[in-house]
Design a protein around this ligand. Structure first.
Ligand code: NAD
Length: 502
């Protein structure tokens, strides 16, 4: 494995990033910064050092933020702004993010651990694209006119439908791609005319707070976007339970998603859940192996496996299985692992000590259970939260390593010889988020992609999110969709007008 310096050098950070790190911990509520009475540390994953503090919000802060969002929903500045004004605001926000892209990327690199190139291209670049995509929506949202046959003697009627915002959206997001996860929630909700309380993850909140600065600068009316930082069990829980919230849009683990669904079921809040995955990558014997092996590796090792659609299970057809394993054993030793700001890094540390220890526990259990565990390197004693790219062979279908989302750079490899058996195994977890297929046989592409129970299938390439294409899960991976027309649709509700025409 290519080792690179394991710690970021924070001595030369740009002034703009420094200001974001050094600010007083505060919540962004009703267009103003309200200092928090208690705080949480923001920890830099390559060193384990504290680099900033964020406010630790709870019931009071959530109450204030939801009240601000409710007030903004009814205030003429937002309610009557109209679609062209909403588009202009979204475009302005996209331009401001683009102008600060380098600083925002650096901020998430030192808060979350991801390599700078990934932070810049996908996390920040993807956020700009998402705001631009949804900026196009407000002027295209439209109801219908419907010809109505009234009961005899009631006269003539006309039917109309109006599309109205669902109201106050509680957006709760994880830490794995911090700015982009926030953008996926904010952009469609704003396009629909909703107002928002965003609760970023306590593991990586800094870019959501920086985004609040840009929301303010873009000129969104006060209270349209509110950001409250804090723990999931406190701020997140208070937000989910708040009666002033109309819709919860949650991205995170399946366990938390279940708890939120129980609460939303009781209060009948609208709900979108983007949850975990255990996505299969499938290599058929006719695949272009040079591309497929690297594609399969990237599908799991990108962002150190902390990707909801990570290809964490690799199914390889019998006749190429041994060669693929050998090539992967070689390949993982060429993956440059190191601190995200360092040149040439492909994989950084995990986000936290807790996450590193969780992944390490899965690997230890696999070793104890007699599975083949091949790690490209050993980071024991390293300063940050590193786990090496690791291959696991010999796991059975029911083993935890096959069934549970690890959210780390761990690839389970399985052999198959029969297509039906393969489909059964690929579908055989509680999840159903994504899959990728590598084959030159177009009939097989159609057959297998329609048999897979998941929200997205990528063929002969590594997947990536595109703003116009929905992302989301089947089964335990959730319901509803982020991105595409679906996400804006889910932030709207329909009102029917039945008009008597004299
Ligand atoms: P998590 O469920 O621990 O936390 C996600 C968010 O929920 C955080 O902001 C957290 O503070 C909050 N939260 C935690 N407990 C809560 C509660 N009881 N009530 C309300 N909010 C609460 O998830 P994580 O560890 O931050 O993120 C990793 C998970 O996210 C993985 O399972 C991953 O697959 C999933 N994810 C899914 C997608 C997708 O599109 N499907 C995308 C990215 C990540």
């Amino acid at each position: 494995m290519t080792a690179i310096a394991l710690e970021n050098d924070l001595s030369q950070l740009p002034a703009g990033v420094r200001r974001w790190l050094d600010r007083t911990p505060a919540q962004f509520i009703a267009g103003a910064w309200q200092p928090g009475s208690t705080s949480l540390p923001a920890i830099e994953p390559s060193s384990g050092q504290v680099i900033a503090s964020i406010a630790k919000g709870g019931i009071a802060e959530i109450d204030a933020a939801v009240a601000a969002a409710r007030a903004a929903l009814a205030a003429p500045a937002w309610r009557d702004a109209g679609p062209v004004a909403r588009e202009a605001l979204l475009h302005r926000l996209a331009a401001l993010i683009e102008a600060r892209a380098d600083d925002l990327a650096l901020l998430d690199t030192i808060d979350n651990g991801m390599p700078l190139w990934l932070a810049r291209a996908v996390n920040v670049g993807g956020s700009v694209d998402v705001f631009r995509y949804y900026a196009g929506w407000p002027t295209k949202l439209a109801g219908r006119t419907v010809e109505v046959s009234a009961p005899p003697g009631m006269g003539r009627f006309q039917g109309l439908t109006r599309r109205e915002p669902v109201g106050v959206v509680a957006a709760i997001v994880p830490w794995n791609v911090p700015l982009m996860m926030a953008a996926w929630k904010l952009a469609p909700a704003l396009a629909a005319g909703c107002t928002i309380v965003l609760k970023p993850s306590e593991e990586a909140s800094l870019s959501a707070l920086a985004l609040a600065d840009l929301v303010e600068e873009a000129g969104f009316p006060a209270g349209v976007v509110n950001v409250v930082t804090g723990l999931g069990a406190e701020a997140g829980d208070a937000l989910v339970r708040h009666p002033g919230v109309d819709k919860i849009s949650f991205t995170g683990s399946t366990g938390t998603g279940r708890a939120i669904a129980r609460e939303a079921g009781g209060s009948l809040k609208k709900l979108t859940l983007e949850l975990g995955g255990k996505s299969p990558t499938i290599l058929f014997g006719d695949a272009d192996l040079d591309r497929a092996v690297v594609g399969a590796a990237n599908a799991i090792f990108l962002n150190s496996g902390q990707v909801c659609v990570a290809g964490s299970r690799l199914y390889v057809e019998d006749n190429i299985h041994d060669e693929v394993v050998e090539r992967l054993q070689t390949h993982i030793r060429t993956i440059p692992v190191g601190a995200g700001m360092r040149d040439g890094v492909f994989m950084g540390p995990l986000v936290s000590a807790r996450q590193r220890d969780r992944v390490a526990a899965y690997l230890e259990a696999a070793r104890v259970g007699g599975l083949g565990v091949d790690a490209a390197s050993d980071f024991a004693g390293a300063p940050g939260f590193y786990v090496a790219p690791t291959l696991v062979t010999g796991a059975r279908h029911d083993d935890p390593i096959t069934q549970e989302e690890i959210f780390g750079p761990v690839l389970g490899i399985y052999r198959f010889s029969d297509e039906e058996e393969l489909v059964r195994a690929a579908n055989g977890t509680e999840f159903g988020l994504a899959a990728s297929l590598w084959t030159r046989d177009i009939d097989r592409v159609h057959r297998v992609s329609s048999a897979l129970q998941c929200g997205k299938v990528t063929v002969n390439a590594g997947g990536f999110p595109y703003p116009g294409l929905p992302e989301g899960g089947y089964k335990g991976s959730g319901f509803g969709r982020d991105l595409g027309p679906d996400a804006v649709e889910q932030c709207l509700q329909t009102k029917t007008l039945l008009l008597h025409v004299s």
